[in-house]
Design a protein around this ligand. Structure first.
Ligand code: NAD
Ligand code: MG
Length: 387
């Protein structure tokens, strides 16, 4: 079996680190072609020493120069900037790209991987939310293999029949998209305006980057995942039901017309979906421990409280409206979450800001990536004005 060459976009983040943990377990299967990072250059340097990639990419040119000097004794070449991200995602030598940059910054390199026909391991859900139609066309055109890393979508993928192309033909009745409800599932509503970034990032089950942790606390993450599921599995939003499941053991379910419900279960550890998507259709060790069903004991399921989690309704509306509404929703959410993390915006204002911008949003069908980027910029500008 030929060794697969992997580029990890966002290698220093939570998903990037878990990916490299899986890679390190299988040196006979995977080798690292490129690693990229935004600001944690020291960690990137360590990773380069361990995996000796052909390329390392930083966002900033000065950082790249320093990193190149510190790596003088290994053959890794250091590049900088957004074009370099696209280049290492689309290089001929590359077989697989882990798309694990957070937010809209991940769009272009993820798209480059799709256009050039790679196996795209998609963690960066924001790129599908922003540009779902264009992204799926790029996957088709490039002949890419799109495999979901998001644990819910990976679970759904595992519960669908092999070669699945359409819900009706596969006999699917609906998708049950599970979400934990985050750290504030039972916090009195009146206390939400005083919660801190650290409280919001203290997820009860998952350890993740700060942006997605805040999204989990507002449940905008589940809203973005609803949109992600519609594109990945070619369905409209009414096929997808969100279910709150505080234990994060069932990662999502698929219900069939005969009444069967298939679920994928496991410990909440992203190395499972990462290893699944990397090796698919085979199975490999991920380092994740066995699920102890007896210790888990109780699995609970609830209807999401839309008063507590208005982001869910906003995302569902954007998904149903189509056009560039999801791109606008995503952009305003990124601005609002960043402001909350900097202590400039109260937690309940995140969803309010999204609502305010979307209520005034005209909406147009984006026919190019430039148009998506223009919508993204316009929504950011409107959100910043309202802050
Ligand atoms: P993180 O914040 O831990 O890491 C983000 C990575 O992106 C870092 O390597 C950082 O250097 C890089 N990055 C940030 N801004 C950048 C920019 N402007 N240009 C280039 N690189 C940049 O985030 P994470 O938790 O690993 O999440 C990554 C993606 O995976 C997100 O889209 C998230 O929604 C998705 N995801 C994460 C998890 C999880 O468990 N962490 C689960 C499902 C999906
Ligand atoms: Mg998820």
């Amino acid at each position: 079996m030929a060794i697969k060459q992997l580029t990890v976009l966002g290698a220093t983040g939570s998903i990037g680190v878990s990916t490299l943990d899986v890679v390190a377990r299988h040196p006979d299967r995977y080798s690292v072609f490129a690693l990229t990072c935004h600001s944690q250059v020291e960690l990137l340097a360590q990773q380069c020493r361990q995996f000796v990639p052909r390329y390392a990419v930083t966002s900033d040119k000065d950082q790249a120069t320093k990193l190149q000097q510190s790596l003088a004794d290994i053959p890794t070449e250091v590049l900088a900037g957004p074009q370099a991200l696209c280049d290492v995602a689309s290089a001929d030598e590359v077989d697989m790209v882990m798309a694990a940059i957070v937010g809209a910054a991940g769009l272009l390199p993820t798209l480059a991987a799709a256009e050039s026909g790679k196996r795209v391991l998609l963690a960066n859900k924001e790129s599908l939310v922003m540009a779902g139609n264009l992204f799926m066309q790029a996957v088709q055109r490039g002949g890419a293999e799109l495999l979901p890393i998001d644990s819910e979508h990976n679970a759904i993928f595992q519960c669908l029949p092999e070669g699945y192309d359409h819900f009706d033909r596969a006999g699917v009745r609906k998708i049950l998209l599970t979400g934990s409800g985050g750290p504030f599932r039972t916090t009195p509503l009146a206390e939400l305006s005083a919660v801190t970034p650290d409280q919001a990032c203290a997820h009860p089950n998952w350890s993740m980057g700060r942006k997605i942790s805040v999204d989990s606390a507002t449940m905008m993450n589940k809203g973005l995942e609803l949109i992600e599921a519609c594109w990945l599995f070619n369905v409209s939003p009414d096929w997808v039901e969100v279910v709150v499941h505080p234990q994060s053991v069932v990662h999502s379910m698929v219900e069939y017309v005969d009444g069967s419900v298939l679920a994928q279960l496991g410990n909440p550890d992203m190395r499972t979906p990462i290893a699944h998507a990397m090796a698919w259709p085979q199975r490999i060790e991920s380092g994740v421990s066995s699920l102890d069903m007896v210790a888990a004991a109780r699995l609970e399921f609830e209807v999401p409280d839309e008063q507590r989690f208005p982001s869910l309704r906003l995302a569902r509306q954007a998904a149903a409206a189509g056009k560039d509404l999801a791109a606008a929703l995503n952009a305003v959410n990124e601005v609002a979450v960043a402001a909350f993390l900097q202590g400039r915006l109260a937690f309940p204002r995140i969803a309010e800001l999204v609502d305010q911008v979307l209520q005034q949003w005209q909406g147009s069908e984006p026919n190019s990536i430039e148009a998506v980027q223009a919508s993204d910029q316009m929504a950011r500008q409107k959100a910043t004005e309202l802050l």
